[in-house]
Design a protein around this ligand. Structure first.
Ligand code: GLU
Length: 467
């Protein structure tokens, strides 16, 4: 049997972390078994569905590289098919019109809750033989005895007595089919063999199985993946930071790192942490999916991203750094070599954005000096070393080939002072900070003109300060 899975988001927002993780598991399951992965947009809720959200879902899937095999299916374009099946159910006495008012249903629900019962429809219209009218909805005749059993790919055996289930609404008064109905028709029509989805749907599954059975359709396998919690144990929400997948792109994460992070949210293979996409496909199976909810952990995401940054091709990182600089509105001096900046910080940064922050002092003019560092490094005694370094810099013709470390060492030797008496003011003059990469590396990246320019600026600043 060929495995066919799907991701079936409702387009009512961006692609969030939970959705992306569900999509990834469905994707990996299909790829692992040499099957197909499909995308279906569940947009029958016309009030909440938006085109912007559909595009955000495409964008997120695309960024993560979760490619689907067939054309995207839209539920909103499949209404005729749902109506055809609903007519069939009505004709077979497997569904019926119901005109119970909202007030009656509310009252009933309240009374049931007061008695500590599960709210459920009492079946008033089940055998009333009502005809269609402006405000009739359509309910499915759930079997009144027996039970539904399925073996969940994650949770194991699940059995629910039909007596626990009520007659669920399959079409609203405006004729729109409900989720629990249309999902069955589509999964069946698309030949879905494995429904992998969030466990917020686990209570829907027995209801859906009853519809499959009523229509004599083959019932797929189901696997419900546990939800994702925030670092604090509460259900993951906006409060925990970025929940939209594309926010991670904006925040400077690499898609393969986010994908790697997502696969580890609820799935494991021994204690391995890093997985290429090919490895995920090779190793993924439902047996590795945890039953317990998994907690989001930003520190781990950052660690994973750092691992991928270190391995990433410098040219690619330069492109991403450029994009980030554009977003920040930083215009680069043309002579600046971004590859050197990337090389300088890629070991230390967790994200592209952090890399840019670390390197920003190289990429744009300094906007002052760190106050604490200034007290230590910009004393009157710093004037002479700065002058000496400037003079030596000016004398260099081949900057790229120059030994700039030696240049500073020579000044130290000539002035007969400690290394810090030269090194500290030079670092502050060049970077505005007390800490960072080695002076000679900074000078190399800045180039001769900008190095001298910054040293001169510091010198003028100091001369004025002590005049
Ligand atoms: N549209 C549903 C959702 O976004 C899909 C549920 C399912 O996968 O069956 O929750």
């Amino acid at each position: 049997m060929k495995v066919i899975t799907r991701f079936a988001p409702s387009p009512t927002g961006y692609l969030h972390v939970g959705g992306a993780r569900t999509a990834l598991f469905s994707y990996l399951y299909a790829r692992h078994h040499g099957g197909q992965f499909e995308l279906r947009i569940e947009d029958t809720d016309t009030e909440r569905s938006t085109e912007a959200s559909v595009n955000a879902i495409f964008e997120g899937m695309n960024w993560l590289g979760l490619e689907h095999d067939s054309e995207v299916k839209y539920q909103s374009k499949n209404l005729a098919r749902y109506h055809e099946v609903i007519e069939q159910l009505l004709a077979n006495d497997q569904a019926y019109y119901c005109d119970c008012s909202k007030a009656r249903l509310d009252e009933m629900r309240e009374a049931q809750m007061k008695k500590g019962e599960k709210p459920r429809y009492d079946g008033k219209c089940r055998n009333a033989g009502l005809e269609k009218s402006a405000d009739t909805i359509i309910r499915f005749k759930t079997p009144q005895s027996g039970e539904v059993h399925f073996k969940d790919g994650v949770r194991g055996d699940i059995t629910v007595a039909n007596a626990e289930l009520d007659d669920l609404v399959i079409a609203r008064a405006d004729g729109m089919p409900t989720y629990n109905f249309s999902v069955v028709i589509d999964d069946a029509d698309m030949g879905i063999t494995h429904v992998i989805r969030g466990d917020d749907h686990i209570n829907n599954t027995p209801r859906q199985i009853n519809i499959y059975k009523a229509l004599d359709l083959p019932v797929p396998e189901f696997a419900h993946v546990p939800m994702i919690l925030g670092d604090d144990g509460a259900r993951l929400s906006k409060r925990h930071g970025a929940v939209s997948v594309m926010q991670y792109s904006d925040d400077g994460y690499l898609p393969e790192a986010v994908l790697n992070y997502l696969v580890r949210l609820g799935w494991s293979h021994g204690d391995q942490e890093l997985f290429s996409k090919a490895e995920m496909i090779e190793l993924f199976d439902l047996s590795g999916v945890n039953k317990a909810p998994s907690a989001f952990n930003t520190t781990k995401l950052n660690w994973i991203n750092q691992q991928y940054l270190q391995q990433a091709d410098d040219l690619r990182l330069v492109g991403l750094v450029q994009k980030r600089l554009e977003t920040l509105g930083v215009h680069l001096p043309t002579e600046l070599n971004l590859t050197q900046v990337v090389e300088m910080f890629k070991e230390r940064a967790h994200t592209i954005n952090e890399l840019v922050d670390l390197g920003l002092f190289l990429l744009q003019p300094l906007d002052g000096y760190d106050e604490k560092a200034e007290k230590k490094a910009f004393k009157e005694s710093a004037i002479e070393p700065l002058q000496a370094v400037i003079a030596k810099c000016e004398a260099i013709d081949d900057w790229a080939g120059a030994d700039l470390h030696q240049l500073i060492a020579d000044v130290v030797a000539e002035l007969e002072v400690g290394f810090g008496k030269v090194g500290m003011p030079v670092r502050l003059a060049l970077s505005g900070q007390a800490q960072g990469p080695a002076n000679d590396e900074i000078m190399q990246v800045l180039g001769k003109d900008e190095t001298i320019n910054r040293l001169q600026n510091a010198l003028s600043y100091l001369t004025e300060k002590f005049s």
